[in-house]
Design a protein around this ligand. Structure first.
Ligand SMILES: *[C@@H]1O[C@H](CO)[C@@H](O)[C@H](O)[C@H]1NC(C)=O
Length: 403
């Protein structure tokens, strides 16, 4: 992994020194805060790295499209699946899930606790993760009970003949408070054996509200005419900011409620191919980055994000080193018959609204620094307490976003 230096833009320095001269006791965090030291935060880092790997794999399939994922829900589903494997199968899955370095004998309990804390209502995230298994496999009831006991959700035998569609969609809807509808658009294909279902709904709630919303503004699109999309705008908005000269992008961290924040990576150029940036993303990179960002008051303009995205992640698993495992998944604790993973369906919905508890501070002088997200960008939503990656996305054309 390459090392990156963060150069402060002079604008940030200016507004930073201005904040100080106004008597605010702001001190730059010089010390390196080690976040990933407890079993929970180390697991959060590992599962985030799985998420970045999965995102890279998905994003590189087509560099010209919008892409979104809630990797923690995929990780939760695949972890349930790992409980049904032989020792070798578990090791292979753990490596892909990045659990292999943790040496945590209580791994499943640690994950259960992490998921519970991420689901606390104020964070705005609901996650659904479950296994659906073909009834013809003659399922091992002990396995079903084990997963239920550990994760509070019992793997479900799939009814035959297209009824799976309603069954799965109803469950996902119920788990996400009715927000994720139509999880599957059509009955699962061919000859389903083992399906993992993962879904997430995220409602972004800012700490500081935006006063202007729904203003139609131009968004530049790579290789096409600009589009007009609704944007949120606010002057004197408190963010943390920095610039990365190697990656040619500016980064802003925006505070959300209950210790969640959004990181935006805005390339200097109008460019949908963000391969270079995508390749840098790891839990440690984002953590180190967050330590270098400095507080600033900016005029902030952000597209109103309302999006829905669904995909089958199965073809990506070979990129995560699971080619051999897919050939011979050894799911012997699920059934004595040969069980195979036949789909990794994933659907996410995310919304941001202009509301927030706090009003931006009044400033006598206009902002000399503006942060306008009006061209393709990458963003991630991170739980600050644990460092867990909740959501990641690349927006190349917000006109194509739909719920
Ligand atoms: C995207 O960018 C990377 C590196 O910046 C480059 O190697 C790759 O060829 C580009 N892909 C496309 C499809 O342009």
């Amino acid at each position: 992994m390459k090392t990156t230096t963060f150069l402060l833009m002079c604008g940030v320095v200016l507004s930073f020194s201005q904040a100080q001269s106004e008597g605010e006791e702001t001190t730059v965090e010089e010390e390196h805060v080690e976040l990933f030291t407890t079993p929970t935060t180390r697991l959060a880092a590992a599962t985030s790295d799985f998420g970045y790997n999965l995102f890279r794999s998905l994003a590189s399939r087509d560099t010209t499209t919008n892409v979104f994922l809630a990797p923690i829900s995929v990780s939760a589903a695949l972890t349930q699946l790992s409980m049904g494997g032989s020792e070798l199968a578990e090791r292979q899955l753990f490596r892909a899930l990045r659990f292999h370095t943790l040496q945590d004998p209580q791994l499943h309990n640690t994950l259960k606790d992490l998921l519970a804390s991420l689901r606390s209502p104020g964070k705005g995230l609901s996650i659904a993760a479950r296994l659906y298994l073909a009834r013809r496999l003659r399922l091992n009831q002990e396995f079903l009970a084990l997963v239920e006991q550990q994760y509070g959700v019992r793997p479900k035998a799939l009814p035959v003949g297209g009824k799976d569609l309603k069954e799965i969609n109803d469950w996902v809807s119920q788990e996400t408070g009715g927000k994720v509808q139509r999880f599957l658009a059509k009955p699962s294909s061919r000859n389903p054996s083992v399906n993992t279902v993962s879904a997430a709904y995220f409602k972004g709630r800012w700490v500081t509200r935006f006063s202007n919303s729904g203003v139609m503004e131009e968004f530049q699109v790579d290789g096409a005419a600009p589009v007009r999309v609704p944007m949120m705008q606010q002057d004197n908005y408190p963010v943390k900011m920095g610039a990365d000269s190697d990656l040619s992008c500016t980064i802003a961290q925006i505070q959300m409620q209950n210790d969640v924040s959004m990181f935006i990576f805005l390339p200097d150029e109008v460019m949908s191919n963000m391969t270079l940036l995508e390749e840098s993303l790891t839990a440690e990179f984002v953590q180190d980055l967050s330590m270098t960002l400095l507080p600033a008051q900016v005029s902030l303009t952000l597209p109103t994000l309302r999006l829905s995205y669904s995909t089958d992640l199965l073809p990506l698993l070979s990129d995560l080193g699971l080619t051999d495992w897919m050939e011979n998944p050894q799911l012997e604790k699920i059934s004595t018959q040969a069980a195979k993973l036949t789909s990794v369906n994933h659907k996410v919905i995310m919304e941001t609204a202009p509301e927030g508890d706090q009003y931006p501070g009044a400033m006598s002088t206009p902002n000399h620094l503006s942060y306008r997200v009006d061209r393709p960008f990458l963003y991630l939503i991170r739980d600050e307490a644990s460092g867990a990656l909740l959501f990641i996305g690349r927006v190349v054309n917000p006109k194509d976003l739909r719920i």
